[in-house]
Design a protein around this ligand. Structure first.
Ligand SMILES: Nc1ncnc2c1ncn2[C@@H]1O[C@H](COP(=O)(O)OP(=O)(O)OP(=O)(O)O)[C@@H](O)[C@H]1O
Ligand SMILES: [Mg+2]
Length: 339
């Protein structure tokens, strides 16, 4: 970890989080031992292929996992307090006030029968009690301004809005109570490329103006590169690398990170498109040792026998991979360079 990172205040800390879904053929280990820290004011990206457990992690952090899912282990510390040990009442208060989620697909789950302003008013009044009409109107208009929505949509219904506008309504709802941490799950994914950029810029603006810490979940490595400070790479329920974005793009440490980064199309070099196959093992029966070993071109016996632990192999780059062996002076060697 770089010195700059080490000095920063941790706002959210997740330790060894495990979330399983019960199925007739056994438990799907959707999240299996996820640990990370979110620093004050930073944006942390979560990337990984479909089904790797990004949304389940987000739901777990907010204690919103519902059956057949269940949290089987771990801690979620928000400013020191473990959310997993809190009463439902305290938790309900912390959600939105301190920690807000923009769920995946939320723009399509706005209530079609309620005006936009009433839906935001609901969020505010559920937590803060009944507000004066003018105060609440002012707050909603301020929120509109913050996310770049025109005041004319105040009395409109969701179906009258474009996708980009609906997504901005969801952002406005998430920040309505001034949370310290916002988790945005695929907030730009269902939009066309131009609108994606506009929504991404809205998120960056909100982040800067409110000084919130953010977790951004997404598929798009290119967009991530422009928006986040660090990236957590997830594979089959585990974080395999968590690195500062520049270092990650310059030299990804985990073999899976390299595959993901190489799959970003380049405009300057037109090459054959590299396709990555999906998670190959049955999520109810993960391989022994390293979770990625069945797809890893460098897998050795050690990878089958021992689960690799996270190590800070280079400044700002933490990776769980046996390719990196610690030396007596505290540095690491990449075993590929010694053979
Ligand atoms: N209700 C459920 N029952 C059984 N398995 C489930 C259920 N919901 C999710 N899963 C499994 O949990 C794993 C993680 O799913 P999750 O939705 O968290 O992935 P994700 O990374 O958010 O994917 P995407 O990029 O498609 O949004 C997947 O293997 C999925 O099939
Ligand atoms: Mg998801």
């Amino acid at each position: 970890m770089s010195n700059k990172t080490r000095e920063r205040k941790v706002v959210l800390e997740v330790n060894n989080l495990g979330i399983y879904y019960e199925t007739p053929k056994g438990d799907v280990r959707a999240v299996d031992g996820v640990s990370f820290q979110l620093f004050e004011g930073e944006t942390l990206g979560f990337v990984g292929e479909s089904g790797c457990g990004k949304s389940t992690t987000a739901m777990g952090i907010l204690q919103l996992v519902t059956p057949p899912g269940r949290i089987v282990k771990g801690e979620v510390r928000l400013e020191g307090d473990d959310l997993l040990k809190m009463s439902e009442d305290t938790l309900r208060q912390r959600r939105w006030e301190k920690l807000a989620l923009i769920p995946q697909g939320s723009m399509n789950s706005l209530n079609p029968t309620m005006k936009i302003s009433s839906q935001i008013q609901d969020v505010i009044e559920t937590h803060r009690g009944k507000q004066g009409k003018e105060a609440v109107q002012q707050r909603i208009l301020n929120l509109f301004q913050m996310v770049g929505l025109p005041s004319r949509i105040y009395n409109m219904y969701p179906h009258e809005l474009s996708g980009g506008m609906k997504q901005r309504v969801c952002i406005a709802m998430a920040i309505a109570l001034n949370p310290n941490v916002v988790i945005a799950d695929e907030s730009t994914s269902a939009l066309d490329v131009v609108v994606q950029r506009v929504v991404a810029q809205t998120i960056l603006k909100v982040k800067k103006e409110m000084g919130v810490s953010m977790i951004m979940i997404g598929h798009d490595m290119g967009l991530m590169a422009q928006m986040v400070d660090r990236v957590a790479i997830m594979y089959a329920g585990q974080i395999v690398e968590i690195s500062e974005v520049k270092a990650l793009f310059k030299s990804p440490a985990h073999p899976y990170s390299k595959i993901l980064i190489d799959s970003v199309p380049s405009l300057t070099e037109r090459e054959t498109m590299r396709v990555t196959e999906g998670i190959t093992h049955d999520p109810r029966n993960p391989p022994s040792g390293c979770i990625f070993r069945l797809r890893c071109p460098f897998a050795s016996n050690e990878c089958a026998q021992k689960k690799p632990q996270h190590q800070m192999v280079r400044p700002g780059q933490s990776v769980a991979c046996h390719l990196y062996q610690p030396q007596s002076d505290g540095s690491f060697i990449d075993v590929r360079e010694t053979t």
